[in-house]
Write a protein that binds this ligand. Structure first.
Ligand SMILES: Cc1ncc(COP(=O)(O)O)c(C=O)c1O
Length: 520
């Protein structure tokens, strides 16, 4: 914690109970440190101490010092972080850290001992009940009522006619591309900034992923650049709705129509997000989802392909099950795969869909919390298009241009040392060995910038207020301590021209009314 932040916890020896209450209000945490003018510690008072003093009849203006703990547990500034954390316990919730002259240098909190996860799933009795039911029924493999239910309910959730459950999101993409006939030498346009599975699926078909830089505002594939990447061999486009942010599906579909290309949406990170009032995944010809453990809806591992096309649905089902005829057992019409989902996974999926309102309102709450409390002067996020309503899969930001390029990694290291999990944005795919392009930094400058400076913060559905408070406290503290080579709040020239050219809503509808990011 930096000196400015620390000052909010520090009161003088003459401070009153009311001063302490104001500090609790300001920090959102329940402790104050009472110090002498030279900064050395006299005592520590908690919200409980103040409450007890008030209940005993002391007035708001009476001094806090008589009610403080004058011999609290303390740590020493030369101790390692781990040794300091070890001093915290059920009995010691707050640990002032002092230098050799007893001056307060830091304060640690008990709940800092536990790592705040980036995105843990919410599973409970409902999931247990349905899985137990599946186990007891004996239908534990890839047939059973939960498969049918999950497919039907997921299709209707997306507003699609058909949904085919598969083993994970990667094979969902492979199956979808195979179903539309992507084969050796076919080019498929994918964003340079996405999870590697998007490109790998093209390769599995023998196709060639052709990378396109992303848009600076949405962080998604840039439709303008898509058009110039089209060749006579181009067969399809895979728009990826990164971090829950919908792509410009109007422009992508218009390009696809003009050039007779297929559109396979990668909606692995965007369950429930909408563009033009339609749920992503059901806008292109085929849409692919992942239900990996950190996704908005999970089945542990799992995936789904959705489509409105009955012929494609048939093909997907055939390919998913070894290419076996649906009417003649053990008659294999094509080379297929075993990409089936189990009834056990589907049972979890059905429960997750029943939790949808709980999940999505929690995600919106997390986003609102971060939007309104994080100091965004040096930070910016992706901005939704006017027709888009994103979902907050992971709350993701990037340091603005002008902030030192190494700052992101030291920020994530600092968060980790305070037991707050985070993750960097993906590497641009053409920067990595399987898809290496020597001029990747020049060809994909936007992907490079977001990748270098972007990071995601904890966004678990069950994240409690204390964890959000802790994360915000640290992130603000760390960002404010960065050497600033840009004027806080200043737009870059590129940002200004973009903002003139397009009208972006700074937030999706789910966070309307919040203070949010300052317009950048
Ligand atoms: C954009 C994107 N596409 C595809 C996938 C692959 O999904 P899975 O991990 O379920 O194979 C992921 C998963 O993380 C993803 O984020």
């Amino acid at each position: 914690m930096n000196a400015i932040q620390l000052q909010k916890f520090v009161l003088s020896e003459s401070a009153s109970l009311s001063d302490a209450m104001q500090s609790f209000e300001q920090t959102g945490l329940r402790v104050v440190l009472i110090c002498r003018p030279d900064g050395s510690l006299t005592g520590l008072a908690t919200e409980g101490d103040v409450r007890r003093a008030l209940l005993a009849g002391h007035g708001l203006i009476s001094p806090i010092l008589p009610h403080a703990n004058r011999t609290p547990a303390v740590g020493r500034a030369d101790m390692s972080r781990e040794d300091l954390f070890a001093l915290l316990s059920e009995r010691v919730h707050f640990l002032p850290v002092l230098d050799e002259r007893n001056r307060v240098k830091d304060i640690l909190f008990y709940d800092q001992r536990t790592m705040i996860p980036i995105a843990s799933p919410i599973t409970g009795e409902l999931e247990l009940r349905y899985v137990t039911d599946a186990v007891i029924s004996g239908w534990i493999s890839s047939q059973g009522k939960y498969i049918t239910q999950f497919e039907e309910r997921f299709a209707s959730f997306c507003g699609a006619r058909h949904a085919v459950a598969v083993a994970n999101g990667t094979v969902a993409l492979h199956l979808a591309l195979t179903a539309i006939g992507i084969g050796p030498g076919d080019e498929v346009i994918v964003p340079a900034l996405t999870f590697i599975a998007t490109a790998n699926a093209v390769r599995y078909c023998g196709g060639v992923p052709v990378f396109v830089d992303v848009d600076r505002a949405t962080w998604n594939i840039d439709p303008e650049r898509v058009e110039s990447a089209i060749t006579a061999r181009t067969k399809a486009i895979i728009p990826v709705h990164l971090y829950g942010q919908p792509c410009d599906m109007d422009r992508i579909r218009a390009i696809a129509r003009r050039h007779r290309l297929r559109v396979v949406e990668d909606a692995a990170e965007a369950h429930g997000a909408t563009f033009g009032g339609r749920r992503v995944g059901a806008i292109g010809e085929l849409g692919c989802f992942s239900f990996y453990g950190n996704k908005i809806i999970t089945t542990g591992e799992g995936g789904m392909v959705v489509t409105n096309d009955a012929a494609l649905d048939e093909k997907l089902r055939l390919l998913r099950d070894h290419g076996m005829s649906r009417t003649r057992r053990y008659w294999h019409e094509v080379i297929g795969f075993n990409y089936r989902m189990t009834n056990l996974q589907a049972a979890i999926g059905v429960a997750q869909l029943e939790r949808w309102d709980q999940i999505i309102s929690a995600k919106a709450r997390i986003r609102r919390w971060y939007d309104t409390r994080i100091d965004h002067r040096l930070l910016e996020g992706a901005r939704p298009l006017p027709k888009a309503q994103p979902v907050c899969w992971l709350y993701t930001l990037m340091l603005k241009e002008g902030v030192n390029d190494t700052a992101r990694d030291s920020l994530l290291r600092e968060l980790k040392s305070n037991h707050i999990d985070s993750r960097p944005v993906f590497h641009p795919i053409p920067s990595m060995p399987p898809y290496y392009e020597p001029d990747w930094t020049d060809r994909y400058p936007v992907s490079v910038a977001i990748s270098k400076r972007g990071f995601s913060l904890p966004s678990s559905v069950e994240m409690v207020e204390g964890a959000l408070q802790r994360t915000v406290l640290h992130i603000n503290d760390l960002v404010r301590s960065l050497p600033m080579s840009i004027r806080p709040g200043a737009d870059s020239a590129a940002d200004r021209s973009r903002n003139r050219a397009r009208r972006f809503r700074p937030f999706g509808r789910e966070s309307r009314g919040s203070l949010g990011h300052p317009t950048v």
